[in-house]
Design a protein around this ligand. Structure first.
Ligand SMILES: [Zn+2]
Length: 144
């Protein structure tokens, strides 16, 4: 049985498994830092342990892998043909958790920004990053 994942997806999945400092997330962090935003990482006390926390802006950012978090309609979300049910269980569980954590965070007064791995691919990353600071700042405007 051939592996249905292309090389790119597979290597991404592997990096996701290995540790929390995956590459797409680092790209976002570097950009935010260069843009003058200060943040905390992987705050355990918050629901879902958000990847990036901007306390000053009451904003948290999750950088989701399209595969593990089941990015709806995304080409990087392809359920393997083997053990499909097992994968679906796993991924649907992640989707449920993401939803729960997000609702919980919103109740606690946090603004939640989701960034998908596919939005950080070379052809999309510039647009995604450029849009980020106005997004963060527009939220803070609404709070005050
Ligand atoms: Zn995606």
């Amino acid at each position: 049985m051939a592996d249905v994942h292309n090389k790119e997806t597979r290597s991404y999945n592997m990096s996701r498994i290995k540790g929390k400092d995956t590459k797409p997330e680092i790209l976002v962090r570097k950009f935010l830092h260069a843009s003058g935003f200060r943040y905390k990482l992987h705050v355990k006390e918050l629901p879902g342990k958000p990847d990036i926390v901007l306390p000053k802006y009451q904003t948290v950012i999750f950088v989701h892998g399209c595969f593990w978090h089941g990015h709806d309609g995304c080409k990087y979300y392809v359920v393997p043909k083997t053990r499909s049910e097992w994968w679906l269980n796993k991924i649907n569980g992640n989707i449920e958790n993401d939803k729960k954590n997000k609702n919980f965070l919103i109740k606690l007064g946090w603004i939640v920004i989701d960034i998908w791995e596919c939005e950080l691919k070379p052809q999309n990353i510039q647009q995604t990053l450029v849009n980020l600071p106005p997004k963060i700042l527009s939220f803070i405007d609404e709070l005050h």
